[in-house]
Ligand binder design. Structure first.
Ligand SMILES: *Cc1c(COP(=O)(O)O)cnc(C)c1O
Length: 394
């Protein structure tokens, strides 16, 4: 039995290792044929027309914003209960970033708050150009309502589905872009599947696809049909946009392809573990994860909220005691607007009270494919011990 149980970790099989070794022995180690196979595998799985693999979800969010036309002076809105990358992408483009407070039940951005804020922004003349809903913990945001609002107010929608590959919305795979312009996945090792580092963009719009392909690699095209004037020869390429080097390697893609074979197993196991936590934790002074009936979460995270008025310890005490017991609890997320960098942009404590309250009560407990029942029991035991013991007994 391991003496430290992390909140999340990758699962690497012998097949994964073989797949990577095979690429290392081939002619291609940077962007080559494995990239296209990985893109095809994810596009097929999600039911999207196009997929573009990149070096990270952060890179994906950046070029997604550029591709939909976000620029200087525009506004981007997202959830304050996310990793900083969901908001930073707006700043990379010179846009102003703002947030929509979260829903008490799903911890995704609240549709009610969004409606109010849009009505206000219309009056003020500062409607967002881009909205980035974040599918927190793997549970899809209310995309149908978001799509209706985007039609009405004319903003673009980029789904930050970094947590959510393998999840479903209204019975269909997250990533099909039915209610958005672009969906972004992350393949960081703690996420559902991994390529070491990596990200992917999905879209159904050919124009966006062409633009994203160029932005991934220096803004360059080799396709004569997209060039201005005649190509000089077969060596010729043209730079049409200011792009980046955000390419994924074939080494990473081969790991990603191999992991895609087990994605349903990964998610099934996570759902099972979540259900088991729900059973075992139900009688404790905790708020357990609530699931919207339209969604089937991929369970990237399992977040419990402490009912602090029924516990004689502080949030921090519970957290530290569990860490001391060898349980790798974590906290998702520190509200983005409370980060010093965002405070300097003018945000204040109190701006998004639901998110701030959530932050004072939330703890992410271990959930990942290889977590055993034994280890899960250990986690539950540690929670019970912490919550039910007296303050000065431990
Ligand atoms: C992990 C994560 C990112 C960033 O992903 P990288 O692939 O590490 O760049 C962005 N948004 C959310 C919500 C994430 O959880």
């Amino acid at each position: 039995m391991s003496d430290y149980i992390p909140y999340g970790r990758q699962h690497i099989s012998q097949e994964d290792i073989n797949a990577v070794v095979e690429v290392l022995r081939s002619d291609w180690i940077t962007q080559g044929p494995a990239i296209e196979r990985f893109e095809q595998a994810v596009a097929n799985y999600c039911g999207a027309k196009y997929a573009i693999a990149v070096s990270s979800a952060t890179a994906a969010l950046h070029i997604a914003c550029l591709a939909v036309g976000l620029g200087e002076g525009d506004h981007l809105w997202t959830s304050p209960n996310s990793f900083v990358a969901s908001a930073n992408c707006g700043l990379y483009c010179g846009a102003k970033v703002n947030f929509v407070d979260i829903d008490h039940h799903t911890y995704n951005l609240s549709i009610e708050e969004l409606e109010h804020k849009l009505a206000w922004a219309e009056q003020q003349g500062c409607l967002p150009k881009v909205l980035i809903p974040v599918h927190f913990a793997g549970q899809c945001s209310e995309m149908e309502k978001i799509a209706a609002l985007s039609q009405h107010y004319g903003f673009k929608v980029i789904e930050d589905a970094s947590h959510a590959i393998g999840g479903k919305h209204q019975g269909e795979p997250i990533g099909n872009c039915k209610f958005s312009d672009i969906t972004v996945f992350s393949f960081h090792p703690v996420k559902i599947i991994t390529s070491g580092e990596g990200g992917m963009l999905l879209t159904n719009q050919e124009k966006l696809y062409q633009k994203l392909i160029r932005l991934r690699s220096h803004g360059i095209t080799r396709n004569p049909e997209l060039m201005e004037g005649e190509p000089h020869g077969s060596w010729y390429y043209q730079q049409l946009d200011l792009g980046f080097n955000y390419r994924m390697t074939d080494i990473q893609a081969s790991l990603g392809i191999s992991q895609m074979q087990r994605i349903d197993k990964f998610v099934e196991r996570r759902r099972f573990l979540a259900e088991r936590y729900n059973q075992m934790l139900q009688d404790l002074p905790l708020v357990l994860p609530w699931q919207h009936p339209d969604t089937m979460s991929s369970w990237h995270l399992y977040v419990m909220r402490l009912k602090l008025d029924k516990i004689n310890k502080t949030h921090q005490q519970v957290f530290e005691e569990m860490r001391r017991d060898g349980i790798g609890v974590n906290l998702h997320y520190i509200p983005i607007h409370t980060q010093p960098y965002y405070q300097k942009l003018g945000f204040k404590l109190g701006d998004f009270p639901n998110t701030e309250t959530y932050y004072q009560e939330a703890i992410s407990i271990p959930i990942y494919y290889a977590l055993t029942h034994n280890e899960q029991d250990q986690v539950v035991m540690a929670i019970k011990q912490t919550l039910l013991s007296e303050k000065n007994m431990s």
